[in-house]
Design a protein around this ligand. Structure first.
Ligand SMILES: Nc1ncnc2c1ncn2[C@@H]1O[C@H](COP(=O)(O)OP(=O)(O)O)[C@@H](O)[C@H]1O
Ligand SMILES: [Mg+2]
Length: 341
C-alpha cells in the first residue's frame, strides 16, 4: 500500500508561493490500478513524482508498505526506487540508442550481467510484441510502439509499482486502448500496483479500480471507480463524468420537446443490472400516467452497468408521486431535473 500522509508541496516562483499540493491524505491499495484525475495544474504530476521521491514534500510522509520513504537515506532510497518503474507522456526514450539499449538501460545501471540482461530483454520484447524492432531506433517507431518500449524499460527490473504520468495522452484512441489493455494485463498477471495520472475520464473508466479527483493541490473526492461514477459529489467530478456519461439532457432534445413543461422531466439513474427496461415497463403498466423516454445512455464499469434515463412524466401529480416511489423501491435513483434542464 502507498500512503500519503498530510503531504504538502510548495514551489517558490517569482517571489510567490505556489501550493502545488495542499494537505494530501490518500491510500493506494496494493495490487490496484489507481487513477488520479484532474485538470492541468491540479498537482497530479507533483503527487506521482513524490512516490519515488523525485520530488520531496515540504510536509508529510510517503509510506510504501509500512516503510517511510521520506525518512530513508540516499542509499536505501536508491534501492527502493529500483522497485518502482515509471512511464511518461512523451516516452522519454534515448533517441540515439536502439530499442534494446533503451530497455536494458536500467539493468545496466544496476550492474546486472550481460547474460542476464539479454535474457530479460528477450522476455520483455516478447511481452510487448516488438521482437522485430530490437535494433530499431525510437524515430522509426510509432507512438504506441514507443510507449511499449517505455513500458518494457519500466518493467525491466521487476518493479512492484508502476507509475504512469499521462501515459496515453499523446496517443490516438485506438493506440490508447491497446496500451491500456497492456497495462491491465501487467496489473493482473504480475500483480503490479499501477498509479495512473490522467486528465481523461475514459482512461479511468476503462482500467482503474479506484480514482482520486484533484483540484488546486487537493484531493476533492476519492473512491472506487464505480462509486465515483454512480454518485459523484463534487461539481468538478461531475464535469469529468459528463465527458463519458452524459449527465444532462442534450439541448436539442429539450428544444424539440412537444410538451415544454420542463417541470415534468426526471432523471433516472440505474446501477447494476437492475434491468432498465423491465422497471420502466412496469411503471407504464402499473400507473395511469404517460411516460416518455427522452434520452438514455449507459456505460460499464468493472462489470457493473451504470445507466441514466431522462423521462417526462405527465398526468395526475399524486399518481406521478406513487410512480416515483415505485421506481425508488426498485433501486432506481430518481432526480427531478426540472431545475437543471
Ligand atoms: N518545478 C516547479 N516550479 C514551480 N512551480 C511548479 C513546478 N512544478 C509544478 N509547479 C506548479 O505546481 C502546480 C501543479 O503542477 P503539476 O503537478 O505539474 O500539475 P498537473 O500535473 O496536474 O498538471 C502548477 O501550478 C504548476 O505550475
Ligand atoms: Mg502533469
Amino acid at each position: 500500500m502507498i500512503e500519503f500522509k498530510n503531504i504538502s508541496k510548495h514551489y517558490q516562483l517569482k517571489g510567490q508561493t505556489i501550493r502545488a499540493l495542499d494537505q494530501i491524505n490518500l491510500e493506494i491499495p496494493e495490487g490496484s490500478i489507481f487513477g488520479i484525475i484532474g485538470y492541468s495544474g491540479a498537482g497530479k504530476s507533483t503527487l506521482i513524482r513524490l512516490i519515488n521521491l523525485l520530488e520531496r514534500p515540504n510536509e508529510g510522509q510517503v509510506i510504501i508498505n509500512q516503510k517511510d520513504f521520506t525518512a530513508l537515506d540516499a542509499r536505501s532510497l536508491r534501492q527502493e526506487r529500483a522497485n518502482i518503474g515509471m512511464i511518461f507522456q512523451h516516452f522519454n526514450l534515448l533517441q540515439t540508442k536502439t530499442v534494446a539499449a533503451n530497455i536494458e538501460m536500467p539493468l545496466k545501471l544496476l550492474g546486472v550481467s550481460k547474460a542476464e540482461r539479454e535474457k530479460r530483454l528477450n522476455e520483455l520484447l516478447e511481452f510487448i510484441d516488438l521482437k522485430h524492432k530490437k535494433d530499431a531506433f525510437p524515430d522509426e517507431l510509432s507512438g504506441g510502439q514507443k510507449q511499449r518500449v517505455g513500458i518494457a524499460r519500466a518493467l525491466a527490473n521487476h518493479p512492484k509499482i508502476l507509475l504512469c504520468d499521462e501515459a496515453t495522452s499523446a496517443l490516438d484512441p485506438q493506440t490508447t486502448k491497446s496500451v491500456l489493455a497492456l497495462l491491465k494485463k501487467i496489473n493482473k498477471e504480475q500483480n503490479i500496483t499501477i498509479v495512473m495520472v490522467t486528465h481523461e475520464m475514459d482512461v479511468i473508466e476503462t482500467v482503474c479500480d479506484y480514482v482520486a479527483v484533484m483540484e488546486q493541490g487537493k484531493v476533492i473526492e476519492t473512491g472506487s471507480t464505480l462509486e465515483i461514477f454512480s454518485q459523484p459529489q463534487h461539481p468538478t467530478t461531475k464535469n469529468f463524468i459528463q465527458t463519458v456519461l452524459q449527465q444532462q439532457l442534450p439541448v436539442n432534445i429539450l428544444k424539440n420537446l412537444e410538451n415544454q413543461n420542463h417541470n415534468s422531466i426526471y432523471c433516472l439513474q440505474f446501477l447494476g443490472r437492475s434491468a432498465q427496461e423491465t422497471v420502466v415497463q412496469a411503471v407504464i403498466k402499473k400507473f395511469d400516467i404517460s411516460l416518455n423516454i427522452l434520452f438514455a445512455n449507459m456505460t460499464e464499469i468493472n462489470g457493473t452497468v451504470i445507466g441514466q434515463m431522462f423521462i417526462q412524466l405527465l398526468g395526475d401529480p399524486a399518481i406521478i408521486q406513487q410512480a416515483i416511489e415505485f421506481l425508488e423501491q426498485n433501486g432506481v435513483k430518481v432526480e427531478h431535473s426540472g431545475d437543471q434542464v
